[in-house]
Design a binder for this molecule. Structure first.
Ligand code: HEM
Ligand SMILES: CC(C)=CCC/C(C)=C/CC/C(C)=C/COP(=O)(O)OP(=O)(O)O
Length: 310
């Protein structure tokens, strides 16, 4: 048995020993899920850029990304607080700062509150109200609706909760235009459709963890074979949804070629996962999903700006 699987405990979070903010900064940083937030911000940036034929005004770009990033980080910290009991029972998460008592629940709450207030005020003052309210709604969607309720209630948790994580392209768009546009909703739809294969691939690999913590994720409630079928079906759906920006004229040939290549690889992994998996296929599929979304949004950017530069 791996060391990590022996060490974790189901005890409630212990009280933190007093250590200074400076020594602890890395625990606070970890609670913000920085790599997830960076990818969310990339999708928000693309939403901003595609919202205008020219360049995004610097003030909207900087305040918009900072505000969205701060509110997403606040949501991630709340997730660490609400989930600390579940996290303490899973090998992947038992070492998190709140579980280990490196950061106490009141400290984490204050940190999250400060991030949320600063983020909201930035959006309200330097961007616009619609972006501030939609970003706040995404925070509530993830930290309250998904984490507190759906995650514990239904295997469709990540499908419904995925809407909060899919929102940033729309938030970026409204930051620049102040309006909700169908093209922005299409980008949201792409991330929304991407989320199930992204997460269920990981959940297949971690099925025992979720079963032990009694979290009703799809592989726990409906089995691994059914989850693999769902990953494949959502990946096929994602391939179709990714064609829409080209078909409605939101994106051009560079995007069509780039997204088709990325989707072909995703489809390959999803088929392999269903019909010819080995021990590493689920995790490889999960890791690829992150590369897929990141490169897909970079391709959208290139596709948008290349005609402008040429
Ligand atoms: C409800 C929706 C989602 C669920 C349930 C979910 C779940 C997860 C989980 C459990 C991990 C593993 C974290 C770890 O290894 O500790 C992960 C990693 C990751 N997710 Fe998601 N995810 C969702 C949506 C998103 C979205 C919308 C994005 C970005 C647009 C995203 C980007 C990432 C990235 C970049 C990682 C790797 C993090 C790292 O290596 O530290 N996820 N996700
Ligand atoms: C304001 C705004 C844009 C909010 C979006 C918030 C956000 C950070 C979304 C990402 C979704 C995510 C990482 C879910 C995993 O939670 P989990 O609890 O299932 O995973 P875990 O077990 O790793 O904590």
């Amino acid at each position: 048995m791996a060391k990590s699987e022996v060490l974790h405990t189901s005890k409630p979070a212990p009280v933190a020993t007093h250590t200074g903010w400076r020594q602890n900064w890395r625990y606070y940083y970890e609670m913000t899920k920085p790599r997830v937030v960076m990818l969310l911000l990339l999708t928000a940036l693309v939403g901003m850029c595609l919202a205008t034929p020219g360049w995004v005004p610097a003030s909207k770009l900087i305040a918009g990304l900072l505000g969205i990033g701060l509110l997403a980080s606040a949501a991630a910290v709340l997730n660490h607080i609400v989930d600390h009991k579940i996290d303490s029972q899973m090998a992947r998460t038992f070492n998190r700062p709140v579980v280990k008592g490196k950061v106490t629940i009141p400290q984490a709450l204050v940190f999250s509150f400060v991030l949320a207030v600063v983020g909201y005020v930035m959006l309200e003052v330097w961007v616009n109200r619609i972006t501030a309210l939609l970003t706040l709604a995404s925070l509530v969607g993830y930290a309250v609706v998904y984490t507190m309720f759906l995650k514990r209630a239904t295997p469709q948790n990540i499908v419904i909760g995925g809407l909060a994580g899919a929102a940033p392209p729309l938030l970026g768009w409204t930051a620049v235009t102040g309006e909700i546009h169908a093209h922005a909703l299409l980008l949201v739809l792409i991330v929304f459709t991407w989320t199930p294969p992204h997460f269920w691939a990981l959940a297949i690999h971690r099925e025992k963890d979720y079963a032990k913590a009694k979290v009703p994720m799809l592989p726990v409630t409906h089995g691994i074979a059914f989850t693999k079928t769902c990953v494949l079906l959502y990946t096929i759906l994602l391939c179709l949804v990714c064609l829409l920006p080209y078909l409605i004229g939101e994106a051009q040939l560079i995007y069509l070629i780039g997204s088709s290549l990325l989707n072909a690889v995703f489809l390959y992994y999803a088929i392999k996962l269903k019909y010819a998996a080995n021990d590493t296929t689920a995790m490889t599929t999960f890791k690829y999903s992150i590369v897929h979304l990141m490169v897909l949004f970079v391709v959208l950017l290139v596709d948008h700006y290349v005609p402008l530069v040429l």
